[in-house]
Ligand binder design. Structure first.
Ligand code: WT7
Length: 647
């Protein structure tokens, strides 16, 4: 039995001798070595992988643009699949756990996975998909989603995975931006025991797009509409396809995938991730941070529609020859402890989830997890939003049983892979702190005046050259947004993360939260600007403001203030607005409350004062109202909020 990990006098946690011994990296000299020459350091990491042709130049910087491993040629699937054969031909690459408990899991060995990927890659080729073509993937957590991503990568098609719970409108705009010609989807999937008709959303989403063919996986067998001109069954596409398919040689800087994320404005940003740099970072961060070994069973609970899914529920474990778990459904379905059962059933050794899930587990009560020994667990991970001390302690004591360290990993859709967390073989760990930047990665915290705030005080988190190989290279078809969002606050040579952070005296970083109007709802990134744009489309709405307020389980939830057309508060509008947002974005964007108000507090220049709305809704002290052009609006809103809360 592993030893308990106890904090030192300063409240810091370090790995035990046993943990140090089994970790890939346990000497803190790695930080000095990497810092001396980060580019050389990343080159060393990159050489652990197979390249069809070695790069000639490691890094090039023409601010705000930069490139890594120039001249190199590779295919990520050769490292993720072929490279694991013959040694791991019969080793499970992943185990798929369906949500319904009466269905059997599916195990795909590395040998099987390569065959399936090749067959599907050949099917795509038969449809005319070539290197550089764009493919949409709108799929639930089923084995075929992994096969689809890898098959696209195999032939150099650029794919974009769209979260399956996103609405048809959200799918449509993404397919339109990338000009996808093919969409891969499924008939349905299970969510809380209920079959969801995904094909119906896909049918709606491809209207007014360039999609010519829709490949449909038969998952549920639900009734769906069929358009014989467009629709193809997956199983028919792959029938009789060869199990061999050469991997296309990709340039390091060729696009691998585009993943959309929410930003400040109404339209989502397509983050561009490239073949070489992304591969290196996905491989290395998994090895270093999750300490992926031959015997590791890795479970990242993130949906494949998010970057955590792409990097840690697919590429990173495969690049490290590890077995991972792919779970279709909700962690608390059909019982609150489904997640715990999965850990025990598959003897998961590394468990990676989000604070919102941890808070949900906590809500069910500690007694309920007592019966689980979680003996297989060696390491825990957290991602997506700050983990508060209470959740950290619960996770550490009740799941890790005091024997597992917690890597609180900070990163973003844009960074492609983790960039800040203390390392399991080195430490130190401190509750509610992400810890140290990875070796070779240079972060700083600066205030608005480009000065470092004193220790313990917060400022903006920024990333310095040479950044990291996995960082996005652009926002698809919108170079202006790239420049404005990331490279304008501190100039073209400094990447602005949009997060506030602080450092303690040990140099450990604590992430405070976003400084833009992005909110994190149950770990998912949503833009209040995008929600406002959707609400403003409603004919009865004149203007609105959306903001995030604290929530015990989800971290944050969105609420809206709307001004109706005829300025007279009409209660029916509340439900219409809630439905509008659900329909246009998806159920994750469900508004917790909608206040129909006469007027919004504004500055003299007409800017909506969201700060005041936030304080009104949380009941905080309002402070100075003298800059408002319409201070009388505040009292009226106060009454509306009070009345709504009484109901
Ligand atoms: C934002 C990025 C990349 C993983 C999933 C989220 C917040 C992420 C942490 C953490 C505190 C975190 C930040 C960041 N965030 N990880 N460990 N501690 N905050 O990706 O949806 O692009 O969101 O999530 O605010 O900017 P994403």
């Amino acid at each position: 039995m592993a030893k308990k990990i106890l904090p030192d006098k300063k409240g810091l946690f370090y790995p035990t001798e046993e943990i140090k011994k089994r970790s890939w990296v346990n000497n803190k000299k790695i930080y000095e070595e990497a810092d001396k020459n980060p580019i050389k350091f990343w080159e060393k990491v990159a050489s652990e992988l197979f390249w069809k042709k070695k790069w000639q130049k490691a890094f090039e910087h023409k601010p705000p643009f930069f490139k890594w491993f120039l001249g190199g040629k590779l295919n990520i699937t050769e490292n993720a699949l072929d490279g694991n054969l013959p040694k791991r031909k019969d080793k499970p690459a992943f185990i798929w756990e369906p949500e319904p408990t009466n269905e059997k899991p599916r195990i795909l060995t590395y040998g099987d996975l390569l065959k399936e990927v090749n067959k599907f890659a050949n099917a795509l080729k038969k449809l005319g998909v070539k290197k550089g073509d764009k493919v949409g993937i709108y799929m639930p957590m089923i084995p075929e989603v992994i096969i689809s991503m890898l098959a696209c990568a195999r032939i150099g098609a650029v794919y974009s995975v769209v979260f399956s719970a996103f609405s048809p409108s959200a799918l449509k705009i993404r397919l339109q931006i990338i000009e996808a010609k093919v969409l891969i989807t499924a008939d349905g999937y299970y969510r809380r025991g209920k079959p969801i008709n995904l094909k119906e959303s896909a049918d709606e989403g491809i209207k007014e797009t360039m999609v010519k063919k829709v490949i449909v996986v038969k998952r549920v067998g639900n009734k769906i509409n069929w358009d014989a001109k467009k629709d193809l069954w997956w199983h028919e596409c792959v029938k009789n396809q060869s199990e061999n398919c050469p991997a296309v040689a990709m340039n390091s800087e060729d696009l691998l995938f585009i993943l959309f994320t929410s930003g400040t404005t109404g339209t989502p940003k397509g983050c561009e991730h490239v073949c070489g740099g992304y591969m290196v970072q996905a491989y290395w961060t998994g090895k270093l941070i999750f300490d992926l070994h031959e015997e590791t069973i890795f479970w990242s609970t993130a949906d494949i529609g998010w970057i955590t899914g792409a990097t840690y529920s697919c590429y990173s474990p495969l690049l490290n020859g590890t077995t991972f778990i792919l779970y279709e459904g909700c962690p608390d379905w059909p019982a609150f402890d489904r997640w715990a059962q999965i850990i025990e059933k598959y003897k998961v050794t590394v468990f990676y989830t989000a604070p919102t899930a941890i808070r949900m587990f906590m809500k069910y009560g500690s007694d309920l997890v007592k019966k689980y020994s979680f003996n297989s667990l060696k390491l825990l991970g957290s991602v997506g939003e700050p983990i508060d001390e209470a959740a950290w302690n619960w996770y550490f004591q009740k799941v890790g049983k005091g024997r597992c360290l917690i890597v609180d990993t900070w990163w973003q859709t844009e960074t492609g892979g983790i960039l800040i967390t203390s390392l399991p073989g080195i430490g130190p760990f401190k509750p509610a702190f992400s810890g140290l930047p990875l070796p070779g990665v240079r972060f700083d915290i600066l205030d608005e005046k480009k000065k470092r705030p004193p220790i313990g005080e917060q400022g903006n988190l920024i990333l310095l050259p040479p950044f990291a190989p996995g960082l996005l290279r652009g926002t698809y078809k919108d170079p202006k947004k790239y420049l404005e969002t990331y490279w304008s606050q501190y100039g073209k040579k400094i990447y602005f993360t949009s997060d506030a952070a602080l450092k303690d005296k040990n140099g450990l970083i604590r992430i405070v939260g976003r400084v833009d109007d992005v909110i994190k709802v149950a770990g998912h990134r949503l833009s209040t600007g995008e929600m406002e744009a959707v609400i403003n489309l409603h004919p009865e709405v004149v203007e609105c403001a959306v903001l995030g307020i604290p929530d015990k389980i989800k971290g944050e939830v969105p609420i809206a203030f709307v001004v109706p057309e005829d300025k007279s508060p009409c209660p029916a509008l509340r439900d219409k607005v809630i439905n509008q947002v659900r329909r246009e974005i998806g159920s994750i964007a469900t508004l917790k409350e909608v206040y129909v108000v006469e007027d919004l507090p504004k500055t003299r220049s007409g800017k909506i004062m969201r700060r005041i709305l936030r304080k009104l809704s949380t009941g905080e002290e309002l402070g100075d109202l003298s800059t408002l052009s319409n201070p009388e609006s505040v009292g009226k809103i106060q009454i509306i909020i009070k009345n709504a809360n009484k109901i």
